[in-house]
Design a protein around this ligand. Structure first.
Ligand code: BES
Ligand code: ZN
Length: 432
């Protein structure tokens, strides 16, 4: 693995730091202001609303993930970037349950058979806890709603099938979503939290449409802009990455419509700023299933591109309103690297020094594949100081707009803006 440092080249050549091809650490608040003043919290909230409310859960490889990619691509094209949709194979099973015209927040049961085109539409019967005697008359041909509690998942499905049900909705006893696996299940099933269970009960018999579909590809959206002024072009590349997929049954407002919105707003700011490095904005798909999109993107890079990428800025969960998640962690895997250093200095210059913890050792997001090929990379995420805890509704149906803080969203985005522009801006000796 080749490890790079932004100071390696000038030092090797015996040059002074001021001859470095990218901007030095001597950024001034005025340099920051050029970019931070362009950011709009309002516009970012609009992106979060489109992604988490209008589109909703964006499970890896699903049509909703693809719809989100199209929205992101269109937005970036509108800012004047050259945009590419980079598809890659990823097979995933996705569950849906619709009550009237309402989509319920559900997760496909592990081991569930797939449904045919259009799914199964049937009335719902309340089958209590799923004991054989809990299935009412009329279960034949219906979808059984079962409350998780006393019966194993495998028995619930077997009992429902024996009673003639054509599908099963398994509801939890609290607001968390959970996964259930019944290898070789005879009928399709999904899991949901107690609130969705109540929603179904309140509708008094449905009907519900249940779908278990298999999809086979996800995609990254890549927007690129090169410096206009060839004399200022260092030949280097600054990259940004944020995943736009979500876990099942979660609208993913904070994880990670927020980071996607931060990145779109940064792209808008960068679209008309002088730059000395190429800038690339990568909206990554299929992060929640193992960083698939970012890994695919990095695997497709040539060695020359890898060598020219000087920094990778990852944004994941930049807008939490969690009461105690008041510290922006800058997670790296190689200690204090260029990105964590620049983000820490940027926070201090912006007056946000008390809100940052940089660097902190942690992977778990799209900075990892970049780090793995030797690119200085860091993830920016709000967490609770001391415990490092994420918000309580992380990966649940409650990751919604109501739990987004526009102040934190703007603060995190301003820090990444000032930090990244200290890398990407042209040197203007005696200027500014
Ligand atoms: N945004 C989350 C979590 C996260 C936690 C990011 C800490 C960065 C630092 C991310 O989308 C996520 O859930 N990641 C997975 C790992 C991934 C490899 C599937 C996780 O932490 O479980
Ligand atoms: Zn995430």
């Amino acid at each position: 693995m080749k490890r790079k440092s932004i100071i390696a080249l000038p030092v090797a050549l015996g040059l002074t730091l001021t001859a470095m091809p990218v901007a030095t650490a001597e950024s001034k608040p005025a340099h920051d202001n050029i970019i931070t003043k362009r950011l709009s919290a309002e516009r970012m909230m609009g992106h979060i609303e489109t992604l988490s409310v209008d589109i909703g859960p964006r499970v890896a490889s699903s049509p909703e993930e693809e719809e989100a990619a199209a929205y992101i691509a269109q937005t970036l094209q509108g800012y004047g970037f050259e945009v590419e949709i980079q598809e890659f194979p990823y097979e995933n099973t996705v569950g849906y349950a619709t009550l009237g015209d309402e989509s319920l927040l559900v997760r496909a049961g592990g081991g569930s058979p797939l449904t045919q085109d259009g799914g199964i539409t049937a009335p719902v019967v309340d089958a209590g806890l799923g004991h054989p005697e809990d299935f009412p008359a009329g279960t034949e041909g219906s979808i059984a709603l079962i409350q998780r509690g006393e019966v194993t998942f495998a028995e619930m499905i077997a009992n429902a099938e024996a009673a003639g049900a054509v599908g099963v909705l398994i509801a939890n006893t609290d607001w968390n979503i959970f996964s259930a696996s019944v290898p070789g299940a005879g009928i399709p099933f999904v899991t949901m939290n107690d609130e969705a269970g109540e929603q179904v009960r309140a509708a008094g018999g449905g009907p519900v449409t249940l779908e278990i579909n298999r999809y086979d590809s996800s995609q990254n959206v890549i927007a690129t802009r090169k410096p206009n002024n060839k004399n200022q072009d260092t030949g280097q590349i600054t990259t940004f990455v944020a995943h736009y997929d979500s876990v099942p049954a979660s609208p993913g407002a904070n994880d990670n419509a927020s980071g996607t919105a931060s990145m779109l707003e940064l792209a808008r700011a960068y679209s008309s700023l002088p730059i000395a490095t190429e800038v690339r904005f990568i909206a990554a798909g299929a992060e929640e299933v193992g960083l698939r999109g970012a890994r695919h993107y990095v695997n497709e890079l040539s060695q020359d591109e890898i060598d020219r990428i000087v920094a990778n800025f990852n944004m994941d969960m930049t807008g939490t309103a969690g009461e105690t998640q008041n510290t922006l962690y800058v997670n790296t895997l190689d200690g204090d690297n260029l990105v964590s250093q620049r983000s820490r200095s940027a926070a201090e210059r912006l007056g946000y020094g008390g809100y940052i913890n940089a660097p902190f050792h942690r992977g778990s997001s799209d900075h990892v594949p970049f780090h793995d090929v030797g690119i200085p990379a860091a993830n920016h995420i709000w967490r609770e100081p001391g415990t490092h805890a994420l918000e309580p509704w992380y990966h649940t149906p409650h990751d919604t707009m109501e739990h987004i803080s526009r102040e934190r969203l703007l603060m995190a985005t301003e820090i990444v803006a000032a930090s990244s522009y200290s890398v990407a801006r042209p040197e203007r000796p005696g200027g500014n």
